[in-house]
Design a protein around this ligand. Structure first.
Ligand code: GAL
Length: 373
């Protein structure tokens, strides 16, 4: 991955974050009108139809943030005339390729694609290109001839998680082993999180068991964790690297059922509401807060520019390579580690959650302790 510098784009995007998030709850349902628009991407004005393909609906980010934010930015960039045609693949790669086919048939002007299976989707990306429809890879780098990419710095996420875990472990790092619960092998981000985490953990702590978790599912993480507890023994496990919050939920349930009186530190990602609540309660050590606003804004800006046939150089300052496709213009957004110490300055200050949403009855006392009121 080549990294010139994405700072200018990131800064510009961050300014818009607060504005963007305030629209999260009020986004309208966008739909296609079935009318064919021009096939060639160049020369479009504001009547742009963007096909948005998201991978699943279990992790809250997709429906709660990514979709409404992208819809809002497309409207803003097109004087309210552009529209988003939306499809969620519910973790099914075959369904996603059918959804892409439908969008190609309906002649959308550009695709924003978050792949369920980055490799399997390459053929569909090629078909879109052949039909004159440019593709922005969103969050996960789809293989095939994509035109642009936006994501967070995914290796950095793995390093941030691992660094936090090492800090939480302190002297306990030498007293036992950790378990690593990585994400799905069909998701290229999962490999990057894992790579980043290993860069920090290797040589500092022993990894007793490591799993790639099918479909990122909490229930699979729960089963894997049960297996790790019986294989290693509960007294041997000093910490758990979990690549995201929903899996952390499954891991923590297994730890509780496995008889841990004090829970070892467990990491996460996505600042899901349930993850933030577990952090408040002291059950989960950390999450990774990914400001979804700048990522959505970059995706919308690149999609609209591509549909109009405009260059991306003022938006994308980085480039990345994927299998067979070098120098893809990219916007990579930095992330923030989220612990008990910075809930106020991150998810609350940015309007992602209100104190009332986090501090329900069950978490009220812990919230008081943290000064969240
Ligand atoms: C990753 C994404 C994470 C999380 C995960 C589970 O690709 O970057 O934010 O959503 O998938 O779907």
């Amino acid at each position: 991955m080549t990294s010139r510098t994405g700072r200018a784009a990131v800064a510009a995007c961050t300014v818009a974050l607060a504005v963007s998030l305030s629209a999260c709850g009020s986004a309208e349902q966008a739909e296609g009108d079935g009318e064919a628009s021009a096939n060639a991407p160049s020369g479009k004005g504001d009547d742009i139809r963007v096909g948005l393909l998201l991978p699943e609906n279990q992790t809250a980010r997709y429906e709660r943030f990514d979709r409404p934010l992208i819809e809002r930015h497309v409207k803003e960039l097109t004087d309210n005339r552009g529209e988003v045609v939306y499809a969620n693949a519910k973790q099914d790669a075959t369904l996603q390729s059918q959804q892409i086919d439908t969008m190609i048939t309906n002649k959308v002007d550009v695709l924003i694609l978050d792949a369920v299976d980055a490799r399997a989707v390459a053929g569909s990306v090629r078909e879109a290109k052949e039909a004159g429809i440019p593709v922005v890879a969103f969050d996960r780098l789809a293989e095939g001839p994509v035109d642009a990419y936006t994501s967070f710095d995914n290796e950095q996420i793995g390093r941030v998680q691992a660094q936090a875990l090492l800090e939480a472990l302190g002297d306990d790092a030498d007293k036992g082993q950790i378990v690593m619960m990585n994400g799905s092998f069909t998701d290229p981000n999962a490999a990057q999180f894992k790579r980043g985490a290993h860069q920090v953990l290797d040589g500092k702590v022993t990894v007793g068991k490591e799993y790639d978790t099918t479909e990122w599912k909490a229930e699979h993480a729960n089963k894997n964790m049960e297996g790790a507890i019986s294989a290693l023994g509960k007294d041997e496990i000093v910490g758990v690297y979990s690549a995201n919050d929903s899996m952390a939920g499954g891991v923590i349930t297994a730890l509780k059922a496995g008889g841990f009186s004090t829970l070892p530190p467990v990491t996460g990602q996505d600042a899901e509401l349930s993850g933030v609540q577990r952090i408040v309660a002291g059950e989960q050590f950390m999450s990774v807060y990914k400001p979804y606003g700048p990522e959505a804004e970059a995706a919308a800006a690149m999609a609209v520019a591509l549909a109009r046939g405009e260059p991306l150089d003022t938006i994308a300052e980085d480039t990345v390579d994927s299998a067979g496709t070098p120098d893809i213009p990219a916007v990579l957004i930095p992330v923030v580690p989220l612990t008990r110490d910075n809930i106020q300055e991150t998810v609350i200050a940015d309007g992602v959650y209100t104190v009332a949403q986090i501090c329900t009855e069950r978490y009220r006392a812990a919230c008081e302790e943290l000064g969240l009121r």
